[in-house]
Design a protein around this ligand. Sequence first.
Ligand code: GRG
Length: 304
Amino acid sequence: VLDPSPSPPTFDFKSYVLEKSISVNNALDAAVPLHDPIKIQESMRYSLLAGGKLVRPLLSIAACELFGGHESTVMPSACALEMIHTMSLMNDDLPCMDNDDLRRGKPTNHKVYGEKVSVLAGDAMLALAFHLVATETKGVSEDQVVRVIVELAKAIGAEGLVAGQIVDVCSEGDSNLGLKDLEFIHRNKTAALLEGSVVMGAILGGGNEEEVEKVRKYGRCIGLMFQVVDDVLDITKSSKQLGKTARKDLAADKTTYPKLIGIEKSKEFADKLNKEAINQLVGFDSEKAAPLIAMANYIAYRNN
Ligand code: GRG
């Protein structure tokens, strides 16, 4: 969407994403085995292993490795993040919310398994996420694990994801929605979990308070940027590429950044957020910071 900005020349982002995505998918596969009651397990696996971009797990792993932490230490948290992200999408797709038929290029969970199973599979996945972090996080102190659990809970509840979703749902059709309201929705609905992802990784990697706060600021910036870029992409993508949700948003004349400040200003805002995010990483080991820098650039310059 924006003008390409240079990533560290020696860092192979494609290989990094491929390698980490395989690890995360293997861990997710193992975390939800096919046991009885089989319907719930199948429903969870259907959406969890449907080919999401794994942005949150990858961010969490990269933040942990920024401090020299190991992938295996952060993997339960990485899986928990993808589980909660996925169950939130399953909830969002339900007829009582967005009523969507397609997600990640496949029929939505409730279309395949029915609403009752889909709601219960989401409930189970939320519980499993916390169970996984609490029981499978190895090689760090109990205090770190508790801090991670607190961070995750805060990111998804009525001070985070749910807050963004409720304000979004309640403001549907409100043509007076302003920039402040839009920012509140995006900061909570989208940015809170992205922020939580990097903070959880940083805690498990052993970052000190000041370092964790820098990573938090990075997360906040890329979180809001994710949504600003999404709003711009909804408009700039050719109609052929537009997904069902995007078309719905446009048709309903949903409030977006381009609608409120125009496409150019939205792109400039995203660019500013990207620079601010990357600035937080100044002073860290440049090799270890490379994945987080590349991910910020990916979020800023992606085209889908
Ligand atoms: C978490 C308890 C709990 C409840 C959920 C329904 C609800 C409450 C929240 C909905 C939140 C929502 C739909 C947020 C949008 C997040 C977002 C930016 C989705 C797109 O993320 P990508 O592009 O998607 O990372 P993939 O499919 O690649 O994972």
